[in-house]
Ligand binder design. Structure first.
Ligand SMILES: [Zn+2]
Length: 240
């Protein structure tokens, strides 16, 4: 029987029996689960491949709950593995994908973008900015993107301010007294991250205060739209 190979990014693994694992992988066709038998045995050739964060090709059996038949490494991402901050950024990205993607999302598009994000993260000296690019574009992908260029209510394009809790833009006439609004120079990096081609991205290298402000805005958007608080992100905040 011919088996088809598929590129996959392992989001997480859970122990299964004495020597096996269940793996949850993101692919161009969405999240796939499979049983990887015997992969915890010392002599298993797949031992080092069936780990979260590995980008591999996998061959699955065609059963209701598929078995991993074979796997091959695609990219190792040494730069991510050698760096605790980058490792934690990658773990945050995995949790965001695991908890938020749905069956009907455009998975070929997200998977292609994910591979570019991992390449950028591997090489960058600004991993937190790469995370913000992922977070803002992913939020947009899920239908909660910020429309930086017009007022959410009247579509005016001048003197806009960003409400940091809802991600909505307001003109002067529609600025709510209760909203916490920030002006262009402050939200400019967020606008840049949302629109930039990640392969051409140039980091700002913000100071810690600016980094915290921007991170808090993005976290606020995730809380108000998705109610996601990832464990990895909590850990990340203790690292910088
Ligand atoms: Zn308006």
């Amino acid at each position: 029987m011919m088996l088809s190979e598929e590129a996959a990014y392992i989001l997480k693994t859970v122990d299964y029996g004495e020597h096996g694992k269940i793996l949850y992988a993101y692919t161009a066709s969405g999240i796939k689960n499979a049983i990887a038998r015997g992969v915890k045995k010392m002599q298993s050739p797949l031992r080092h491949l069936v780990q979260s964060g590995m980008l591999i090709t996998m061959e699955l059996s065609k059963s209701k709950f598929p078995t991993l038949k074979d796997a091959r490494m695609l990219t190792y991402h040494q730069g991510i593995r050698d760096d605790i901050l980058k490792t934690t950024v990658a773990a945050t990205i995995r949790e965001l994908i695991y908890f938020n993607v749905n069956e009907h999302d455009d998975h070929p598009k997200l998977f292609a973008f994910l591979k570019k994000v991992l390449t950028a993260l591997d090489k960058t000296d600004a991993p937190l900015e790469v995370l913000m690019i992922f977070e803002l574009k992913f939020l947009y992908f899920l239908g909660y993107g910020i429309s930086f260029n017009k007022c959410s209510l009247c579509h005016a394009t001048k003197h806009l301010q960003l409400d940091i809790y809802t991600g909505m833009m307001f003109c002067e006439a529609h600025s709510d007294a209760l909203a916490v609004l920030i002006k262009e120079p402050e939200y400019a990096p967020l606008k840049y991250y949302l629109h930039v081609d990640i392969e051409k991205f140039k980091p700002y290298h913000h100071n810690k205060t600016t980094l915290n402000t921007l991170t808090n805005i993005i976290d606020g958007l995730y809380e108000s739209h998705l109610s996601t608080k990832t464990k990895a992100k909590k850990l990340l905040k203790t690292l910088y």
